[in-house]
Ligand binder design. Structure first.
Ligand SMILES: *[C@@H]1O[C@H](CO)[C@@H](O)[C@H](O)[C@H]1NC(C)=O
Ligand SMILES: *[C@@H]1O[C@H](CO)[C@@H](O)[C@H](O)[C@H]1NC(C)=O
Ligand SMILES: *[C@@H]1O[C@H](CO)[C@@H](O)[C@H](O)[C@H]1NC(C)=O
Ligand SMILES: *[C@@H]1O[C@H](CO)[C@@H](O)[C@H](O)[C@H]1NC(C)=O
Length: 319
């Protein structure tokens, strides 16, 4: 596996992303150049935001700007489940992920710019990481070339995130969760429940998980399309935040399994998912197309430098 140490340490660097409750609505209306095909040779970027965020958040716009400044003009598509930012934010908590991924696939496949290109790149923040992976596995139209995920929950979460005092939406759904994780009602509605995975209770997970058990090909019948599509990635880079206390366990960002009792970490390469190559991850790793990287700091504390590292290493066209 390619372990890459951070190229810099955080300190006085700019934190681009606000905490998960980004301000609504954005101060300035955004004009999307949906009609003009970019003249640049850079592949368009698909960016899927995290829980509690919305596609018009200022922090995301700043990232699009930084991308243009770093590698030249690049069309960025900010994934949204609804054009209304408040509804888009709500959909990050509430909804059936099967339908959400289907909608995003459809939006991308029929988009005036994205439908005309041979390939796109992907940037997934937190839960947006595993959702973009689902795009690759289930749809991949257009094909994703380089997928980068930050603080994703590729192997799920074994604990639900705590809510902030004032976040009524979060309290609303977390109230519904208690003891009901595996009911159809919760699996069909609450987004984080669909990637909940307790290694001590795999039986319920395999039987009821509406999302993760499927896209991770953990059930007896494997979907060959998922593996075939993953093998079409040029690079799959996973960033884990060194001080992440929001994602439990944070090693989920590397597809690792963590024993909830002993805290033992079972690395991806030691898991059946890798050894039997249910998703093509072993194949990608052998071809040096799987990267495990560290971002210093807490969950989604993105520095300008780490983003520029990603843009240069994964999105800058090869000379
Ligand atoms: C970045 O470049 C793209 C492609 O030319 C353009 O559509 C977009 O508006 C630019 N983004 C910013 C923030 O300037
Ligand atoms: C595998 O996934 C593809 C893409 O989502 C789907 O069309 C197909 O029905 C799935 N196959 C099985 C056996 O579930
Ligand atoms: C989610 O939606 C899919 C597609 O309509 C459906 O098959 C599935 O049963 C739904 N999941 C739940 C738990 O309701
Ligand atoms: C986790 O570790 C405990 C203590 O070592 C062990 O008894 C248990 O079987 C492990 N759980 C799993 C799912 O491997």
């Amino acid at each position: 596996m390619n372990m890459v140490l951070p190229l810099f340490t955080l300190g006085c660097t700019l934190t681009l992303l606000l905490p998960i409750t980004a301000a609504l609505p954005p101060q300035q209306p955004l004009v999307e150049p949906d009609t003009a095909i970019s003249k640049s040779s850079n592949l368009p970027l698909i960016l899927w935001h995290g829980l509690g965020d919305n596609y018009k958040a200022d922090g995301l716009r700043d990232i699009g700007k930084l991308l243009n400044e770093t590698i030249g003009d690049t069309y960025t598509f900010f994934v949204r489940l609804d054009d209304d930012p408040a509804a888009d934010r709500q959909a990050s908590f509430l909804g059936n992920l099967t339908l959400q991924v289907e909608k995003v696939c459809e939006d991308i496949a029929t988009h005036p710019i994205l439908s005309k290109v041979d390939a796109v790149n992907g940037l997934g923040f937190s839960q947006g990481g595993q959702f973009l992976r689902a795009y690759v596995e289930r749809c991949n139209k257009p094909r994703m070339s380089n997928l980068v995920t930050f603080g994703a929950q590729h192997n799920g979460i074994s604990e639900f995130q705590k809510c902030r005092d004032s976040d009524w939406l979060c309290w609303g759904w977390s109230g519904l969760l208690k003891g009901n994780t595996w009911t159809d009602f919760v699996q069909g509605k609450l987004v984080p429940a669909q990637y909940f995975r307790n290694p001590e209770d795999l039986e319920n997970y395999l039987e009821h998980s509406n999302f993760l058990a499927d896209i991770n090909n953990e059930r007896e019948v494997k979907n060959k399309t998922y593996k075939k599509n993953m093998k079409k990635l040029d690079k799959f880079a996973m960033y884990m935040f060194s001080e992440d206390v929001t994602v439990i366990p944070k090693e989920s960002g590397y597809f690792a399994d963590v024993n909830t009792t002993s805290a033992e970490i079972i690395k991806l390469e030691d898991r059946d998912l890798y050894k039997e190559d249910w998703l093509g991850l072993k194949w990608l790793d052998e071809k040096k197309r799987l990267d495990f990287r560290i971002a210093e700091g807490g969950h989604m504390a993105l520095s300008k430098e780490i983003l520029q590292e990603v843009f240069n290493d994964y999105y800058r066209p090869k000379a």
